[in-house]
Design a protein around this ligand. Structure first.
Ligand code: PLP
Length: 379
């Protein structure tokens, strides 16, 4: 038995996406920079994908640049805003993804950093954000993610955008967990930069994009052959780009159906889990402002998260303790630490996709129940 409930770390490639990508490995292998027909065919396919992705977000194609994913985009934006837009201060939160926090950390000597307050569930204190923005003296970049990859909390990016407009700050939102899961209309939100990563929505790994609003264009971080209108040199990941467009298109076409289905799995799982372990809690939000794909469960003190993760893995069930995005380190989750989660309670992130089933959820509940029983026998 193999059950995959770690879709916030990465998702399986949709078969239709693979199908769309295959010709670009075999027959349509031209370098998009070549002027012959192979090159022109490849170039046209890339531009078609860019246009389509821009349309899905209500942006202009010229505002979309392909990158290798969320990490590269965050590095590009945070590093370049200093020299290109004169930013000297960053306002962020302690629960951002490490690609944001570590990039900011690497620039401590050039950027003043301020952290917005969070409530006990990890929600942004918007009044505090306004207080931080209000002096309005320094050129500021606000970095607040749309949806948290560990606890699933959703930030009101419309509200953040309005505050940024009022105090003339730039706004970068890491939207990696939200793209293709929520509709984002870039004409309605005041955001200058967002990021996307295809492997979070059944597309391939190593491909993503940055949206740069036309009035906040940055200079390139990678220099070379002038690809991506000189924004990001390097031969394009054409199979990735084709796959990302296909995956995003599929996701937005089936958004209502998929989101309802996945939300129902999440709720069913939580109810069933509560029946066997009444003392479980949710880290972050549950009912409102929470990703329908993510459920971060805090287990009773005797059922340590890592004990569960390892033992579920032995049973063929893949879940995550904290965030798999920092895999290989057992430093513990910076998000749960920021929320002052009790250290004696173990936490596990379960994350769902359209490919999970109710039967799988039942299997996982059964496995957890058996493990909890075993654990009770030992102690
Ligand atoms: N931001 C968030 C919220 C994420 O969940 C991830 C996932 O790892 C990233 C950024 C990094 O994206 P990528 O894997 O494309 O570098």
């Amino acid at each position: 038995m193999k059950i995959y409930l770690d879709n916030a770390a990465t998702t399986p490639l949709a078969p239709e996406v693979l199908e769309a990508m295959l010709p670009f490995f075999s027959e349509k292998y031209g370098n998009p920079s070549s002027i012959h027909q192979f090159g022109r065919e490849a170039k046209a396919a890339i531009e078609k994908a860019r246009k389509s992705i821009a349309q899905m977000l209500n942006a202009a194609p010229a505002e979309i640049f392909f990158t290798s994913g969320g990490t590269e985009t965050a590095n590009l934006v945070i590093q370049r805003v200093i020299d290109d837009l004169g930013v000297t201060r960053v306002i962020t939160s302690r629960i951002e993804h490490h690609c944001v926090l570590h990039t900011i950390e690497s620039l401590y000597c050039r950027l003043k950093v301020e952290f917005v307050e969070l409530d006990a569930s990890g929600n942004v204190n918007y009044e505090h954000l306004e207080k931080l923005l209000a002096p309005g003296i320094e050129k500021t970049l606000v970095c607040l993610m749309y949806a948290n990859n560990e606890i699933g909390n959703i930030t009101n990016i419309e509200r953040v955008g309005e505050l940024c407009k009022k105090y003339q700050a730039y706004f970068f939102s890491d939207t990696v967990q939200a793209i293709a899961h929520y509709l984002i209309d870039l004409q309605k939100v005041n955001v200058h930069f967002i990021s996307g990563s295809a492997h979070k929505f059944h597309g391939p790994k190593g491909i993503g994009f940055v949206y740069m609003r036309s009035d906040a264009m940055l200079k390139p971080m990678l220099h070379g052959g002038s690809q991506e209108r000189n924004m990001r040199s390097g031969t394009e990941n054409i199979t990735g780009i084709i796959g990302m467009e296909k995956a995003m298109g599929m996701a937005y076409t089936k958004l209502n159906e998929d989101s309802k289905y996945i939300q129902s799995l999440k709720e069913y799982f939580f109810q069933k889990l509560k029946e066997i372990l009444p003392d479980i809690r949710v880290n972050g939000n549950y009912e409102h402002n929470s990703l329908y794909t993510v459920l971060n469960v805090s287990f009773p003190p005797s059922d340590k998260g890592d004990f569960l993760v390892y033992n579920l893995d032995i049973s063929g069930i893949s879940v995550s303790a904290g965030s798999a995005c920092a895999s290989g380190s057992d430093a513990g989750s910076h998000v749960l630490k920021a929320l002052h989660a009790p250290p004696d309670r173990g936490s596990v992130r379960f994350s769902f996709s359209r490919y999970n089933t109710k039967e799988e959820v039942d299997e996982v509940v059964k496995a957890i129940s058996e493990l909890a029983e075993k654990r009770r026998e030992i102690y």
